[in-house]
Design a protein around this ligand. Structure first.
Ligand code: SER
Length: 391
Protein backbone atom coordinates (compact mmCIF):
# COMPACT_ATOMS: atom_id res chain seq x y z
CA UNK A 1 0.00 0.00 0.00
CA UNK A 2 1.70 3.23 -1.05
CA UNK A 3 1.54 6.31 1.15
CA UNK A 4 -1.01 8.08 -1.01
CA UNK A 5 -3.34 5.10 -0.70
CA UNK A 6 -2.81 4.99 3.09
CA UNK A 7 -3.77 8.67 3.41
CA UNK A 8 -6.84 8.20 1.24
CA UNK A 9 -7.95 5.12 3.20
CA UNK A 10 -7.56 6.99 6.51
CA UNK A 11 -9.39 10.13 5.41
CA UNK A 12 -12.25 8.26 3.71
CA UNK A 13 -12.72 5.97 6.72
CA UNK A 14 -13.32 8.96 8.96
CA UNK A 15 -15.37 10.82 6.35
CA UNK A 16 -17.68 7.81 6.31
CA UNK A 17 -18.04 8.35 10.06
CA UNK A 18 -19.12 11.96 9.75
CA UNK A 19 -15.74 13.75 9.81
CA UNK A 20 -15.05 16.73 7.55
CA UNK A 21 -11.68 16.86 5.81
CA UNK A 22 -9.79 19.92 7.01
CA UNK A 23 -6.86 21.10 4.86
CA UNK A 24 -3.53 20.84 6.70
CA UNK A 25 -2.09 24.16 7.94
CA UNK A 26 1.31 25.66 7.33
CA UNK A 27 4.30 24.53 9.37
CA UNK A 28 4.46 28.11 10.64
CA UNK A 29 1.94 28.94 13.38
CA UNK A 30 0.05 32.23 13.15
CA UNK A 31 1.78 35.46 14.28
CA UNK A 32 1.65 35.86 18.05
CA UNK A 33 1.96 32.12 18.70
CA UNK A 34 5.04 31.56 20.88
CA UNK A 35 5.77 28.20 19.23
CA UNK A 36 8.25 28.30 16.30
CA UNK A 37 6.80 25.44 14.28
CA UNK A 38 3.64 23.34 14.33
CA UNK A 39 4.59 20.27 16.32
CA UNK A 40 1.34 18.32 16.21
CA UNK A 41 -1.93 18.16 14.32
CA UNK A 42 -3.85 19.63 17.24
CA UNK A 43 -1.75 22.78 17.55
CA UNK A 44 -3.55 24.86 14.87
CA UNK A 45 -6.87 23.71 16.39
CA UNK A 46 -6.18 24.97 19.92
CA UNK A 47 -8.89 27.70 19.96
CA UNK A 48 -11.51 25.14 18.86
CA UNK A 49 -10.37 22.62 21.44
CA UNK A 50 -10.82 25.39 23.99
CA UNK A 51 -14.45 25.82 22.99
CA UNK A 52 -14.76 28.06 19.90
CA UNK A 53 -17.16 26.47 17.34
CA UNK A 54 -15.30 25.19 14.28
CA UNK A 55 -16.81 26.23 10.91
CA UNK A 56 -16.57 22.63 9.64
CA UNK A 57 -18.37 21.13 12.63
CA UNK A 58 -17.48 18.84 15.50
CA UNK A 59 -15.79 15.93 13.69
CA UNK A 60 -12.60 16.63 11.75
CA UNK A 61 -9.90 14.64 9.95
CA UNK A 62 -6.68 15.91 8.38
CA UNK A 63 -3.04 15.42 7.46
CA UNK A 64 -0.77 17.96 9.12
CA UNK A 65 2.92 18.55 8.47
CA UNK A 66 4.85 18.98 11.70
CA UNK A 67 8.42 19.76 12.76
CA UNK A 68 9.97 18.62 16.03
CA UNK A 69 13.46 19.67 17.06
CA UNK A 70 13.20 17.68 20.30
CA UNK A 71 13.92 14.53 18.31
CA UNK A 72 16.92 15.92 16.38
CA UNK A 73 19.47 13.66 18.04
CA UNK A 74 17.35 10.59 17.38
CA UNK A 75 17.17 11.19 13.64
CA UNK A 76 19.05 8.32 12.01
CA UNK A 77 17.23 5.59 13.94
CA UNK A 78 14.31 3.72 12.36
CA UNK A 79 11.44 6.01 13.32
CA UNK A 80 12.37 9.64 14.01
CA UNK A 81 12.19 12.46 11.47
CA UNK A 82 12.49 16.24 11.77
CA UNK A 83 9.64 17.14 9.42
CA UNK A 84 6.94 14.48 9.44
CA UNK A 85 3.23 14.22 8.77
CA UNK A 86 0.52 13.37 11.22
CA UNK A 87 -2.81 11.84 10.34
CA UNK A 88 -5.26 13.30 12.83
CA UNK A 89 -8.88 13.12 13.91
CA UNK A 90 -10.85 15.28 16.31
CA UNK A 91 -14.06 15.12 18.20
CA UNK A 92 -14.76 18.69 19.31
CA UNK A 93 -17.10 17.96 22.21
CA UNK A 94 -18.84 15.26 20.18
CA UNK A 95 -18.12 11.51 20.72
CA UNK A 96 -15.86 10.31 23.53
CA UNK A 97 -12.63 8.34 23.84
CA UNK A 98 -13.98 4.76 23.74
CA UNK A 99 -15.63 5.32 20.37
CA UNK A 100 -12.42 6.81 19.00
CA UNK A 101 -10.38 3.83 20.23
CA UNK A 102 -12.89 1.40 18.76
CA UNK A 103 -12.80 3.09 15.36
CA UNK A 104 -9.01 3.27 15.48
CA UNK A 105 -8.68 -0.43 16.28
CA UNK A 106 -11.13 -1.35 13.52
CA UNK A 107 -9.24 0.73 10.93
CA UNK A 108 -5.87 -0.76 11.86
CA UNK A 109 -7.12 -4.33 11.84
CA UNK A 110 -9.85 -4.40 9.18
CA UNK A 111 -8.88 -1.38 7.05
CA UNK A 112 -5.10 -1.76 7.04
CA UNK A 113 -4.92 -5.50 7.75
CA UNK A 114 -2.68 -5.34 10.83
CA UNK A 115 -2.61 -8.58 12.87
CA UNK A 116 -4.56 -7.74 16.08
CA UNK A 117 -2.27 -10.08 18.02
CA UNK A 118 0.59 -7.62 17.42
CA UNK A 119 -1.15 -4.71 19.18
CA UNK A 120 -0.69 -3.46 22.73
CA UNK A 121 -2.20 -0.39 24.37
CA UNK A 122 -1.09 1.90 27.17
CA UNK A 123 -3.60 3.74 29.35
CA UNK A 124 -3.38 6.48 31.98
CA UNK A 125 -3.42 4.83 35.39
CA UNK A 126 -4.23 7.95 37.45
CA UNK A 127 -2.23 10.39 39.58
CA UNK A 128 -2.88 12.99 42.27
CA UNK A 129 -4.71 15.31 39.80
CA UNK A 130 -6.83 12.93 37.76
CA UNK A 131 -8.22 9.40 38.22
CA UNK A 132 -7.44 6.41 35.97
CA UNK A 133 -8.86 6.42 32.45
CA UNK A 134 -11.39 3.66 33.02
CA UNK A 135 -13.23 4.29 29.73
CA UNK A 136 -10.12 3.44 27.69
CA UNK A 137 -9.24 0.52 29.90
CA UNK A 138 -12.68 -1.03 29.49
CA UNK A 139 -12.62 -0.50 25.72
CA UNK A 140 -9.32 -2.31 25.29
CA UNK A 141 -10.47 -5.15 27.50
CA UNK A 142 -13.58 -5.56 25.36
CA UNK A 143 -11.44 -5.55 22.21
CA UNK A 144 -9.04 -8.10 23.68
CA UNK A 145 -6.00 -5.82 23.44
CA UNK A 146 -3.46 -6.09 26.30
CA UNK A 147 -3.00 -2.91 28.33
CA UNK A 148 -0.13 -1.40 30.29
CA UNK A 149 -1.03 1.32 32.81
CA UNK A 150 1.34 4.27 33.19
CA UNK A 151 1.12 7.84 34.50
CA UNK A 152 3.65 10.27 32.96
CA UNK A 153 3.81 8.38 29.65
CA UNK A 154 0.04 8.66 29.20
CA UNK A 155 -0.57 12.32 29.83
CA UNK A 156 -0.47 14.61 26.81
CA UNK A 157 -0.09 18.38 26.61
CA UNK A 158 1.15 20.64 23.86
CA UNK A 159 3.06 22.91 26.23
CA UNK A 160 3.17 23.98 29.86
CA UNK A 161 -0.32 25.52 29.65
CA UNK A 162 -3.43 24.90 27.51
CA UNK A 163 -5.54 21.85 26.65
CA UNK A 164 -4.27 18.54 28.02
CA UNK A 165 -5.48 15.20 29.27
CA UNK A 166 -4.90 11.48 29.63
CA UNK A 167 -4.06 9.56 26.49
CA UNK A 168 -4.12 6.00 25.30
CA UNK A 169 -1.45 4.90 22.85
CA UNK A 170 -1.60 1.94 20.47
CA UNK A 171 1.70 0.16 19.90
CA UNK A 172 2.60 -2.46 17.35
CA UNK A 173 5.13 -5.25 17.83
CA UNK A 174 7.99 -5.10 15.30
CA UNK A 175 10.27 -7.79 16.71
CA UNK A 176 11.23 -11.06 14.99
CA UNK A 177 9.94 -13.12 17.92
CA UNK A 178 6.32 -13.36 19.12
CA UNK A 179 5.38 -10.24 21.14
CA UNK A 180 6.79 -10.06 24.61
CA UNK A 181 7.10 -7.58 27.48
CA UNK A 182 5.15 -4.30 27.34
CA UNK A 183 5.56 -1.01 25.42
CA UNK A 184 7.55 0.74 28.14
CA UNK A 185 9.75 -2.32 28.65
CA UNK A 186 10.81 -3.14 25.07
CA UNK A 187 11.43 -0.68 22.23
CA UNK A 188 10.39 -3.23 19.62
CA UNK A 189 6.90 -2.00 20.51
CA UNK A 190 6.54 0.99 18.17
CA UNK A 191 4.01 3.68 18.99
CA UNK A 192 1.48 3.92 16.17
CA UNK A 193 -1.49 5.99 17.27
CA UNK A 194 -2.13 8.31 20.17
CA UNK A 195 -5.68 9.09 21.34
CA UNK A 196 -5.83 12.01 23.76
CA UNK A 197 -8.88 12.68 25.91
CA UNK A 198 -8.45 16.46 25.96
CA UNK A 199 -10.68 17.23 28.91
CA UNK A 200 -8.60 19.72 30.86
CA UNK A 201 -6.89 23.07 30.55
CA UNK A 202 -3.71 23.70 32.52
CA UNK A 203 -3.17 27.23 33.87
CA UNK A 204 0.05 29.17 34.55
CA UNK A 205 0.03 28.08 38.19
CA UNK A 206 -0.13 24.41 37.15
CA UNK A 207 -3.75 23.93 38.19
CA UNK A 208 -6.21 22.05 35.97
CA UNK A 209 -9.81 22.82 35.22
CA UNK A 210 -12.30 21.12 32.92
CA UNK A 211 -12.65 22.43 29.36
CA UNK A 212 -16.17 23.64 28.45
CA UNK A 213 -16.59 20.33 26.55
CA UNK A 214 -14.38 17.24 26.42
CA UNK A 215 -12.58 16.59 23.12
CA UNK A 216 -10.73 13.69 21.58
CA UNK A 217 -7.53 14.44 19.66
CA UNK A 218 -5.78 11.61 17.86
CA UNK A 219 -2.53 11.54 15.92
CA UNK A 220 -0.83 8.85 13.90
CA UNK A 221 2.62 9.34 12.34
CA UNK A 222 2.17 8.79 8.61
CA UNK A 223 5.74 7.69 7.88
CA UNK A 224 5.69 5.10 10.67
CA UNK A 225 2.38 3.74 9.43
CA UNK A 226 3.76 3.55 5.87
CA UNK A 227 6.81 1.63 7.14
CA UNK A 228 4.58 -0.87 8.95
CA UNK A 229 2.16 -1.34 6.06
CA UNK A 230 4.93 -1.55 3.47
CA UNK A 231 6.72 -4.18 5.58
CA UNK A 232 9.79 -1.95 6.08
CA UNK A 233 11.92 -1.76 9.15
CA UNK A 234 12.47 1.98 8.93
CA UNK A 235 10.70 5.11 7.69
CA UNK A 236 13.66 5.68 5.35
CA UNK A 237 12.80 2.52 3.42
CA UNK A 238 9.28 3.67 2.54
CA UNK A 239 8.16 5.11 -0.79
CA UNK A 240 8.36 8.60 0.76
CA UNK A 241 12.15 8.42 0.94
CA UNK A 242 12.72 6.17 -2.08
CA UNK A 243 14.10 8.89 -4.41
CA UNK A 244 16.38 10.21 -1.65
CA UNK A 245 17.74 6.82 -0.65
CA UNK A 246 18.31 5.96 -4.31
CA UNK A 247 20.02 9.20 -5.43
CA UNK A 248 22.11 10.25 -2.43
CA UNK A 249 24.40 7.19 -1.89
CA UNK A 250 26.04 7.29 -5.36
CA UNK A 251 26.63 11.01 -4.84
CA UNK A 252 28.03 10.91 -1.31
CA UNK A 253 29.08 7.54 0.15
CA UNK A 254 27.94 7.69 3.81
CA UNK A 255 27.27 5.16 6.55
CA UNK A 256 23.63 4.37 7.19
CA UNK A 257 23.11 6.78 10.08
CA UNK A 258 24.81 9.63 8.19
CA UNK A 259 22.79 8.89 5.07
CA UNK A 260 19.53 9.01 7.01
CA UNK A 261 20.50 12.26 8.73
CA UNK A 262 21.49 13.91 5.44
CA UNK A 263 18.26 12.82 3.72
CA UNK A 264 16.04 13.83 6.65
CA UNK A 265 17.68 17.21 7.20
CA UNK A 266 17.82 18.18 3.52
CA UNK A 267 14.23 17.13 2.95
CA UNK A 268 13.17 19.04 6.09
CA UNK A 269 15.20 22.08 5.02
CA UNK A 270 13.50 22.06 1.61
CA UNK A 271 10.09 22.11 3.33
CA UNK A 272 11.08 24.87 5.77
CA UNK A 273 12.55 27.03 2.98
CA UNK A 274 9.48 26.23 0.87
CA UNK A 275 7.41 27.68 3.74
CA UNK A 276 9.35 30.95 3.38
CA UNK A 277 11.97 30.66 6.14
CA UNK A 278 15.58 31.77 5.55
CA UNK A 279 18.63 30.76 7.62
CA UNK A 280 19.41 33.20 10.45
CA UNK A 281 20.78 33.28 13.97
CA UNK A 282 17.43 33.31 15.75
CA UNK A 283 14.09 31.54 15.85
CA UNK A 284 12.93 29.51 12.87
CA UNK A 285 15.87 30.63 10.77
CA UNK A 286 18.24 29.23 13.37
CA UNK A 287 16.53 25.84 13.27
CA UNK A 288 16.98 25.84 9.49
CA UNK A 289 20.61 26.95 9.82
CA UNK A 290 21.31 24.10 12.25
CA UNK A 291 19.77 21.56 9.90
CA UNK A 292 21.85 22.68 6.92
CA UNK A 293 25.04 22.95 8.95
CA UNK A 294 24.56 19.49 10.44
CA UNK A 295 24.28 18.15 6.89
CA UNK A 296 27.43 19.97 5.78
CA UNK A 297 29.41 18.83 8.83
CA UNK A 298 28.36 15.24 8.13
CA UNK A 299 29.27 15.49 4.44
CA UNK A 300 32.61 17.18 5.05
CA UNK A 301 33.76 14.74 7.73
CA UNK A 302 35.05 12.37 5.01
CA UNK A 303 35.43 14.72 2.07
CA UNK A 304 35.52 18.54 2.41
CA UNK A 305 35.03 18.97 -1.34
CA UNK A 306 31.40 17.76 -1.20
CA UNK A 307 28.88 20.46 -2.06
CA UNK A 308 25.11 20.87 -2.02
CA UNK A 309 25.42 22.13 -5.60
CA UNK A 310 25.41 18.42 -6.51
CA UNK A 311 22.04 17.75 -4.90
CA UNK A 312 19.68 16.64 -7.71
CA UNK A 313 16.81 19.08 -8.26
CA UNK A 314 14.54 16.06 -8.65
CA UNK A 315 14.79 15.43 -4.88
CA UNK A 316 13.73 18.96 -4.01
CA UNK A 317 10.93 18.80 -6.56
CA UNK A 318 9.70 15.48 -5.17
CA UNK A 319 9.59 17.02 -1.68
CA UNK A 320 7.81 20.21 -2.76
CA UNK A 321 5.26 18.17 -4.72
CA UNK A 322 4.63 15.80 -1.85
CA UNK A 323 3.99 18.65 0.59
CA UNK A 324 2.03 20.68 -1.96
CA UNK A 325 4.43 23.64 -1.67
CA UNK A 326 4.49 26.07 -4.57
CA UNK A 327 8.20 27.14 -4.28
CA UNK A 328 10.69 26.84 -7.12
CA UNK A 329 13.47 24.25 -6.74
CA UNK A 330 16.00 26.83 -7.98
CA UNK A 331 15.21 29.17 -5.10
CA UNK A 332 15.59 26.41 -2.53
CA UNK A 333 18.90 25.42 -4.06
CA UNK A 334 20.09 29.07 -3.95
CA UNK A 335 19.24 29.32 -0.24
CA UNK A 336 21.09 26.06 0.52
CA UNK A 337 24.15 27.14 -1.48
CA UNK A 338 24.21 30.57 0.11
CA UNK A 339 24.20 28.94 3.54
CA UNK A 340 26.96 26.56 2.45
CA UNK A 341 29.08 29.57 1.37
CA UNK A 342 28.51 31.38 4.67
CA UNK A 343 29.37 28.30 6.70
CA UNK A 344 32.53 27.71 4.65
CA UNK A 345 33.66 31.28 5.28
CA UNK A 346 32.86 31.07 8.98
CA UNK A 347 34.83 27.85 9.35
CA UNK A 348 37.80 29.32 7.50
CA UNK A 349 37.76 32.36 9.76
CA UNK A 350 37.33 30.19 12.85
CA UNK A 351 40.25 27.92 11.98
CA UNK A 352 42.47 30.93 11.25
CA UNK A 353 41.64 32.65 14.52
CA UNK A 354 41.85 29.51 16.65
CA UNK A 355 45.29 28.64 15.26
CA UNK A 356 46.72 31.67 17.07
CA UNK A 357 49.02 30.59 19.93
CA UNK A 358 46.87 32.38 22.53
CA UNK A 359 44.09 29.82 21.92
CA UNK A 360 46.23 26.68 22.27
CA UNK A 361 45.34 26.28 25.96
CA UNK A 362 41.79 25.36 27.13
CA UNK A 363 39.51 28.31 26.40
CA UNK A 364 38.25 30.60 29.15
CA UNK A 365 34.88 32.35 29.35
CA UNK A 366 36.70 35.52 28.33
CA UNK A 367 38.07 33.77 25.20
CA UNK A 368 34.58 32.63 24.20
CA UNK A 369 33.22 36.16 24.64
CA UNK A 370 36.08 37.65 22.60
CA UNK A 371 35.71 35.05 19.82
CA UNK A 372 32.00 35.71 19.64
CA UNK A 373 32.00 39.50 19.91
CA UNK A 374 35.08 40.24 17.83
CA UNK A 375 35.08 37.44 15.26
CA UNK A 376 31.42 36.38 15.16
CA UNK A 377 32.30 32.81 16.18
CA UNK A 378 29.53 31.23 18.26
CA UNK A 379 30.54 29.12 21.25
CA UNK A 380 29.09 25.92 19.75
CA UNK A 381 31.06 26.40 16.55
CA UNK A 382 34.28 27.07 18.45
CA UNK A 383 33.74 23.94 20.52
CA UNK A 384 32.99 21.99 17.36
CA UNK A 385 36.15 23.24 15.64
CA UNK A 386 38.20 22.16 18.65
CA UNK A 387 36.65 18.68 18.62
CA UNK A 388 36.44 18.34 14.83
CA UNK A 389 32.62 18.42 14.63
CA UNK A 390 31.51 21.98 13.80
CA UNK A 391 27.83 22.34 13.06
N1 SER B 1 -1.71 15.54 20.01
C1 SER B 1 -1.36 14.15 20.17
C2 SER B 1 0.06 13.87 19.71
O1 SER B 1 0.67 14.71 19.09
C3 SER B 1 -2.33 13.28 19.38
O2 SER B 1 -2.47 13.81 18.11
O3 SER B 1 0.56 12.80 19.98
Amino acid sequence: MNTEHIVRTFVEYFQERGHRHLAGSSLLPLPGDPVLFTTSGMHPLTPYLEGRPHPLGRRLVNVQRCLRTTDLDEVGDDTHLTVFEMLGTWSLGDYEGPRSLGWGHNLLVNGFGIDPGLLHATVFGGDEHSGPDTGSLRTWEELGVPVELTTDENWWSNGPTGPCGPDSEIFMWTGDTPPRSTPTGDDRWVEVWNHVMLRYRRHDDGSLDLLPRPNVDTGLGLERLSAILQGRKSVFETDLFEPWMRSVPPLWPLDQRQLRLVCDHLRSSAVVIGEGVLPSNTGRGYVLRRLVRRVLTTLWRDDPSRTLADLPEELIQHTLDHFGLPGRTGRIRDVLLDEERRFTQLLQRGRRVLSQPRFSAPLTEEDYTYLHDTHGLPRELVRGLRTGTPG
